[in-house]
Design a protein around this ligand. Sequence first.
Ligand code: SAH
Length: 361
Amino acid sequence: MGMNRSKEGREEKPVQDIKALSLQELIDVFKAWGESAFHARQVYAWIYKKKEFDFGRMSDLSQPLREKLAGAFVSGTLEVKEHLVSVDGTEKFLFGLQDRHLIEGVVIPAEGRITGCISTQAGCRFSCRFCASGLLGFQRNLKVSEMLDEVLLMSSRCRHKRLTHLVFMGSGEPLDNYDNLMKTIRVANSASALGIGARRITISTCGIIPGIAKLAREGLQVELSVSLHAPDDKTRSALMPVNRIYPVRELIACCRRYVQETKRQVTFEYVLIKGVNSDLQKAGQLSTILRGFDCKVNLIPVNPVPELGVQPPGKLEILLFKDALVKAGIQVTLRKPRGQDVTAACGQLRLRCAQKTRKAS
Ligand code: SAH
């Protein structure tokens, strides 16, 4: 729980966020303080059930205990920089981290669900050609407390005042921040914290094979989405440099093993990009590599990112692609574009803001 010392040697505020601790770890701290586990549970409930981060306002705790907490922990380090609401109900949040990096979160209400889309890293090191998140490079992994802050702030500030589902599909690669991701999911999942069922939590990966293999052994009932985007190595490597390390055939084999081991399904995300991966030949190749695999394919017409020059195909081409997969017996869904009026593609809000700041300085 390191203290920061300023240049004058004065002790500054401690840096540990209380959300870095599981309930058991908090109980251990309280016991070491000579306080009861019951009070630790009260604090946990204030944070996760009542979304109250200010120790001073935890009114059923004694004043000395509130002061002790405020002296030992911080709670909540994210700052909401922008909050935009789309005409279709999608809400975008731009968050500032303490070291001034920016991340985005999105709330998507649809079909009786309110889904929070969570970022796992500031920036991204995987540089997919169609994605705005990698454009500013990689800054750092998000801490457990920062990811939980995204969840808590979005659930308390969004119009619906709660989130029913979480998708780790914001900026960054979840499996590249594996341990923090697992800890975040366990807190989100735990009944004493957020109580979001594991089946309502989705991890989306660009296809990190060792991460998928490790996830299979966690015994978590989470949903797994794999960003495939092309059925052959040439196209996929051009779109996603990570394919040079984890190529298509090995990735699909790993996903098949994942399904066998976990008895869970896998969803393949396939972003349709005009002139790149959306013709019928690609649909045929995709059907071939997924033959006999009980999986889903989610087609996503690419959100145009002007900086990257990607465009979605026309309606007819999209429907023909979908039809070819359906005819091959594959379960297919077609994602509707959401929140277009409040900064189109994921990652663009942050990109615009960072560009503005750069110009200004
Ligand atoms: N790194 C993870 C999670 C973040 S990306 C992953 O790759 O899955 C979340 C999803 O958004 C991925 O399927 C990604 O390919 C998709 N995506 C990225 N840029 C997009 C764009 N411009 N239009 C539509 N989907 C995009």
